[in-house]
Ligand binder design. Structure first.
Ligand code: NAD
Ligand code: MG
Length: 302
């Protein structure tokens, strides 16, 4: 596990030079990918995130918590005082065990729960097990996602289309439905959508549609559960340096210049988006619901 030594996130810095800028080497990986094979190594805040007790005693379930945005969120939540159950695919066990160590280093409880969320029965089991182990549920982060680029609609198979919708859309519905009966006033749900919901790439025909679905799901569910005092929001990342991208999310020639078209000229690091997941989980965001928060290096098209 590589720990990036950087200044903490509270010192003034130039965002243009704070993190690596393209060009990057080509680095194909098999889906779902591993953070340990990424060059340069991503920063999940291991060496920089400072907690202030904003989630003290809270119980959180995070999907896709082994790597990328989910890993950075888990580290931040643990440092803010939460216990965490997190899901990932069985093939990601090595990355998951690194995350367990990071949570436990903060004196918080870690419950890794591997399994495939494209399966409804597993989604129900995941929530039941998380609630049982945590002793309740205050925060649900629906963050797992599949992204596989295809040049044309002719190459996009029904199998891929179906699995992308299962992982990115159906699982959100199944997990949220199972989780809500365990959540009470002050609880929050945070869904990871994407800038792709608003500015879809031609090579992400299926993926972009699922991310648009997540925006509508977030807004409709937020209206529905507001009367219970439960808030539902979404985060829309721009290009972030995570295993999703080199493991088929982008063609390798796009990895070389990944993030270069943003005004800041580089991809975001997972450590730079975790604070948004902390804000939306904490009581500081008490008047924010049904929102989509862009964290895009300046690319959000509104
Ligand atoms: P990541 O690869 O680190 O995380 C995605 C995770 O999804 C994987 O770790 C895996 O555990 C999980 N996953 C995939 N298929 C699964 C399945 N069938 N069952 C259970 N878990 C499964 O990459 P990331 O970029 O941190 O992705 C997190 C979220 O951010 C995703 O929803 C992604 O769509 C979204 N996002 C990423 C970017 C980016 O540029 N990296 C941009 C916009 C949105
Ligand atoms: Mg992963």
């Amino acid at each position: 596990m590589t720990v990036i030594k950087t200044k903490n996130q509270y010192e003034k810095q130039n965002p243009l030079t704070q993190y690596p800028r393209p060009p990057f080497p080509k680095q194909p990986q098999e889906r779902p990918g591993s953070v340990d094979l990424m060059d340069p190594a991503p920063d999940h805040g291991e060496g920089s995130y400072q907690g202030f007790g904003r989630l003290k005693g809270r119980k959180a379930l995070v999907t896709g918590g082994d790597s990328g945005i989910g890993r950075a969120t888990v580290i931040a939540y643990a440092r803010e005082g939460a216990d965490i159950a997190f899901n990932y695919l069985p093939s990601e066990e090595a990355n998951a065990q690194e995350v367990v160590k990071l949570i436990e280093a903060e004196g918080r409880k870690a419950f890794p729960i591997p399994g495939d969320i494209s399966d409804e029965a597993f989604c129900k089991k995941l929530v039941e097990e998380a609630v049982e182990k945590l002793g309740g549920l205050d925060i649900l982060v629906n963050n797992a996602g599949r992204q596989t680029a295809q040049k044309s609609i002719a190459e996009l198979t029904t199998e891929q289309f179906d699995n992308t919708f299962k992982v990115n859309v159906y699982a959100l519905f199944w997990i949220s439905k199972a989780a809500l009966p365990h959540m009470d006033a002050g609880a929050t749900i945070i869904n990871t959508t994407s800038i792709q919901a608003f500015d879809p790439s031609e090579i992400l025909l299926d993926y972009a549609q699922t991310k648009a679905c997540i925006v509508a799901f977030t807004k409709a569910l937020a209206s529905q559960v507001a009367e219970k005092g439960i808030r539902v929001n979404a985060v829309a990342p721009g290009p972030f340096w995570t295993p999703l991208q080199p493991s088929g999310g982008q063609p390798q020639d796009k990895i070389e210049k990944f993030g270069s078209s943003t005004p800041l000229g580089r991809p975001g690091q997972p450590a730079e988006i975790a604070p948004m997941y902390v804000l939306l989980a904490s009581q500081e965001s008490s008047y924010i619901t049904g929102e989509v928060m862009g964290v895009t290096g300046g690319m959000m098209p509104y």
